[in-house]
Write a protein that binds this ligand. Structure first.
Ligand SMILES: *[C@@H]1O[C@H](CO)[C@@H](O)[C@H](O)[C@H]1NC(C)=O
Ligand SMILES: *[C@@H]1O[C@H](CO)[C@@H](O)[C@H](O)[C@H]1NC(C)=O
Ligand SMILES: *[C@@H]1O[C@H](CO)[C@@H](O)[C@H](O)[C@H]1NC(C)=O
Ligand SMILES: *[C@@H]1O[C@H](CO)[C@@H](O)[C@H](O)[C@H]1NC(C)=O
Length: 644
C-alpha cells in the first residue's frame, strides 16, 4: 500500500457522500452498520507522486472504521476512509427516580453515567419498558438540502431538542420541545446548510404521572418538502461508538454536557452546598481572649470501668445532642416522623442564649486584643450541655482584623462552667486544627460510576477550597466498571492513594485496611458512604468536630427521597445512619476500630454503630449534629453486597 501524505488541511469544510460500502461480518447491534462513508475533500499528495490529489476523510469523534478504498484515477492505490455509523447514541436512565428534566439535570451522575447505552436509527421511540425515567439522544445531524427547517417533537413525557450551529455541543439552541403551549404553534425556522454537520441533543423525561414506556418522535419539515416527516436515520450520526460501554454503568468523562441543563441547574442552587469564602482565624491568634480550662464531660465513660455497657449503647445512650443557632434547616427536608429520642441529633438553641455567650466572649476578646478585632456578626453557635459541669459552645463569629481590615471567621470552643460567677474559658484540647490532614475513605465494589462521582466531588471541593490537606483513599474490590488509577490520573487530585483487592465486599475489612494504609497518625480519617453529594463545607465541619483524644464526629446527613438531589432536596434527616464517621487515626488505633465480631463481615448492618461503641468505650465523646452539606441519594440496592 502506498502512503498518502496530507498536505493541506481541509480546503473547504465540504462533506460529500462518496460511495457506498457494505461492511459485513460484524455483530448485530440495534443499528445496521453504515453504508455511507462521509468524506471530506482535502488535498493530499502521494508519496512518490506529488501531483496526485485524492479525497481524504474527515474525522469526526470516534466511529472510525478503517477501510481500504481505491482512488478515482488509480485503481491500485489505496487510502483510508472513515465510515460513520448512522443514527444517534441513546443513553437510558432507569430506576433512579429522576422523572423530570430538572431532576435528571440535577442528578450527580447525569449525563456521564447512564444505566444503559445503545445506538438507535432515528428518534421514533416507542418503548414498552416501564422503568425508563429519562433518555438522552445525542449525535450529529447532517441535512443534504440547504434552507430553512422546522422541527417538531411529540412525546408522552417532556422533551427538549437542542441543535447546535456547529459540531460543538456548546453552540446549541432549543429548536423544539414538548409539551408546547397553545400560543407557541408557529415554529421557529432554522437555517441549515447541505452536507454540514450539526450537533444535536435530545432530552426526554417521562414525568411523574406517566407510567408507560417512553415515546418520542422527532420530525422536521425540510425546505424542499411541504409536510413534517420523521427525520430519517441517514441524516444522523452518533456522537461516538460507545458499544464497549453498553453493558456497564461506567462513568464517561468524554461525554459532552447537556446544554438544556445549564439553566435547570442554576435555578436550584442549594445554599448549604456553597463553599465558604472567608478564612478562619488560627486559634493562636485569639488564645489570649480567655483562660484555658480542663475539658472532661461527666458523661464520658472510663475505659477502665465499662460495667453495664451493652452492644449499641454508644448510639442509644452516649451520643449527646447538639443545640444550634441558627437551627440547621434545609428547605425540602421534612420534619420526619419523630425518631427515637436517642436519635435526635440537633435541637434549636435559643437566640437569646447564643447572643449572651457571644456578648461575653466578644467583651473578653476586644479587651484582650484592644484595637485588633472588631466583632461583625454571628455565623453559627453550637451548644452541648453537661448538666454536672457546664455548657460547651462552639462560637463561629465574623470578625474584622482592624490592623489590616480583613474579615475572618473566628471558630472556637468556649466552656461555661456551672455556677453563678463562672466565666468563660477555652476547653483544653478542643482547639481544632484548621490544617489537619483529612483522609476521605471510600470502599466499593461494582459501583464504578458512583466511585467516579466521588472523585469528581472531591475534585470540586479542592477546587473550591484550595485545601492542600484533603486526601482521598479508595479501596476497591476489583470492580470491572472503573479503572481507578486512570480516573485519579485524569482528575486534578494530587493527594490520593488506592488499594485494589478482588474479593467479596466487606465494609469492615476494607475500612480497616484503608485506615492502616494511611501513614499519618495525626490525620483525621473519615469513612464515606457511596451515593453521596458532599459540599465543600464538610471538610472544615469535620475538622471542627474532631479533636485528638477527645471527640469523634458522626454527622447526621440528609437521606434523599426518590427524585431528590442536593440541589433539589426532598427527603429526611437520616437519624439512624452513622455511615460517615470521622476521627483522628490515632484514636482509631487506640480503641482498636471494629470489634472482633465484625471482622470479615460481608453483609450489611451494625458495623457503623459498632465503631461508635468502640469510640465511647475508649473514653471518646461522640459529636452528632446535622450536616446540611451531605446528601445521600436514593438508589437501588443492586450491586455491592452479597445477598444474605
Ligand atoms: C479516528 O482517526 C483519527 C485519525 O487517524 C484518530 O486521530 C482518532 O483518534 C480516531 N478515533 C477513534 C475513536 O479511533
Ligand atoms: C437527500 O437525501 C435523500 C435521502 O437519501 C434523497 O432522497 C434526496 O434526493 C437527497 N436530496 C438531495 C438534494 O441530495
Ligand atoms: C464500535 O466499537 C466496538 C468495540 O470497540 C467495535 O467492535 C465495533 O466494530 C465498532 N463499530 C464501528 C462501526 O466502528
Ligand atoms: C506508607 O509508608 C510505607 C512505608 O514507608 C510506604 O511504603 C507507603 O507507600 C506509604 N503509604 C502512603 C499512602 O504514603
Amino acid at each position: 500500500m502506498k502512503r498518502l501524505l496530507v498536505v493541506a488541511v481541509c480546503v473547504v469544510c465540504l462533506y460529500i457522500v462518496l460511495a457506498v460500502y457494505s461492511i459485513s461480518g460484524r455483530g448485530r447491534s440495534s443499528i445496521q452498520p453504515t453504508e455511507v462513508a462521509l468524506i471530506q475533500t482535502e488535498e493530499v499528495r502521494m508519496e512518490n507522486e506529488p501531483t496526485t490529489k485524492a479525497k481524504v476523510v474527515h474525522f469526526l469523534k470516534g466511529l472510525n472504521q478503517t477501510e481500504e478504498v481505491h482512488m478515482e484515477n488509480e485503481p491500485t492505490t489505496k487510502a483510508k476512509v472513515v465510515h460513520f455509523l448512522k443514527g444517534l447514541n441513546q443513553h437510558t436512565w432507569t430506576k433512579n427516580c429522576q422523572r423530570s428534566l430538572e431532576q435528571l439535570c440535577n442528578f450527580p451522575i447525569f449525563p456521564n453515567a447512564p444505566d444503559s447505552r445503545s445506538i438507535v436509527k432515528n428518534v421514533y421511540i416507542t418503548s414498552s419498558v416501564k422503568d425508563v425515567d429519562g433518555i438522552r439522544l445525542l449525535g450529529f445531524l447532517r441535512p443534504n438540502v440547504t434552507g430553512e427547517y422546522l422541527f417538531t417533537v411529540a412525546s408522552n413525557g417532556v422533551v427538549e431538542v437542542w441543535l447546535s450551529k456547529s459540531i460543538s455541543w456548546k453552540d446549541g439552541a432549543k429548536v423544539a420541545h414538548y409539551p408546547t403551549k397553545p400560543q407557541e404553534s408557529s415554529k421557529l425556522g432554522v437555517k441549515l446548510a447541505a452536507h454540514s454537520t450539526y450537533y444535536i441533543d435530545i432530552l426526554y423525561a417521562r414525568g411523574s404521572e406517566n407510567n408507560d414506556g417512553a415515546q418520542i418522535q422527532l420530525s422536521w419539515k425540510r425546505p424542499d418538502k411541504n409536510a413534517f416527516e420523521v427525520i430519517g436515520g441517514q441524516y444522523f450520526a452518533p456522537y461516538n461508538n460507545d458499544s464497549d460501554k453498553a453493558q456497564m454503568k461506567v462513568y464517561d468523562d468524554d461525554l459532552p454536557d447537556v446544554l438544556a441543563c445549564a439553566s435547570l441547574r442554576l435555578k436550584f442552587a442549594n445554599k448549604h452546598m456553597k463553599s465558604e469564602t472567608t478564612s478562619y482565624l488560627e486559634s493562636a491568634a485569639v488564645s489570649k481572649a480567655l483562660n484555658f480550662c480542663e475539658y472532661k464531660p461527666s458523661y464520658l465513660l472510663d475505659p477502665a470501668n465499662l460495667v453495664g455497657f451493652g452492644q449499641y449503647h454508644g448510639v442509644y445512650r452516649h451520643a449527646h445532642k447538639t443545640y444550634s443557632f441558627p437551627y440547621s434547616n434545609v428547605d425540602g427536608i421534612a420534619r420526619n416522623p419523630a425518631p427515637g429520642p436517642a436519635f435526635m441529633a440537633e435541637n434549636p438553641l435559643e437566640e437569646r442564649e447564643a447572643r449572651s455567650i457571644v456578648d461575653k466572649y466578644v467583651a473578653s476578646l476586644e479587651k484582650s486584643y484592644a484595637g485588633k478585632y472588631k466583632f461583625r456578626s454571628i455565623k453559627h453557635v453550637e451548644m452541648k450541655a453537661d448538666p454536672q459541669k457546664g455548657k460547651r459552645y462552639l462560637l463561629e463569629l465574623v470578625v474584622q482584623d482592624l490592623t489590616d481590615g480583613k474579615i475572618y471567621l473566628l471558630s472556637e470552643y468556649v466552656f461555661l462552667p456551672n455556677g453563678k460567677d463562672a466565666s468563660l474559658c477555652y476547653p483544653s484540647g478542643l482547639q481544632w486544627d484548621k490544617k489537619a490532614d483529612v483522609f476521605l475513605i471510600l470502599t466499593a465494589k461494582n459501583l464504578g460510576r458512583w466511585v467516579h462521582h466521588f472523585i469528581k466531588n472531591v475534585e470540586k471541593i479542592v477546587q473550591e477550597t484550595k485545601d492542600d490537606h484533603l486526601h482521598v483513599v479508595i479501596y476497591d474490590f476489583g470492580s470491572p466498571d472503573i479503572d481507578i488509577e486512570q480516573a485519579f490520573q485524569r482528575s486534578t487530585l494530587k493527594n490520593y492513594h488506592f488499594i485494589i483487592k478482588p474479593g467479596r465486599y466487606s465494609r469492615t475489612n476494607s475500612f480497616s485496611e484503608a485506615i492502616k494504609s494511611i501513614n499519618n497518625s495525626d490525620a483525621i480519617v473519615v469513612t464515606i458512604d457511596l451515593h453521596l453529594d458532599i459540599g465543600s463545607q464538610t471538610i472544615n465541619d469535620i475538622r471542627k468536630h474532631c479533636s485528638k483524644g477527645k471527640t469523634v464526629y458522626a454527622p447526621q446527613i440528609v437521606f434523599l427521597h426518590c427524585g431528590g438531589s442536593s440541589n433539589m432536596p426532598r427527603g429526611v434527616w437520616y437519624h439512624y445512619s452513622y455511615g460517615t464517621i470521622a476521627m483522628y487515626k490515632r484514636d482509631w488505633e487506640t480503641f482498636g476500630g471494629f470489634s472482633q465480631g465484625f471482622f470479615n463481615k460481608v453483609t450489611w448492618g451494625g458495623e457503623d454503630w459498632d465503631i461508635i461503641d468502640g469510640a465511647v468505650k475508649g473514653g471518646l465523646e461522640i459529636e452528632r449534629k446535622r450536616a446540611p452539606w451531605i446528601y445521600h441519594y436514593h438508589h437501588t440496592k443492586d450491586g455491592m453486597w452479597q445477598k444474605r
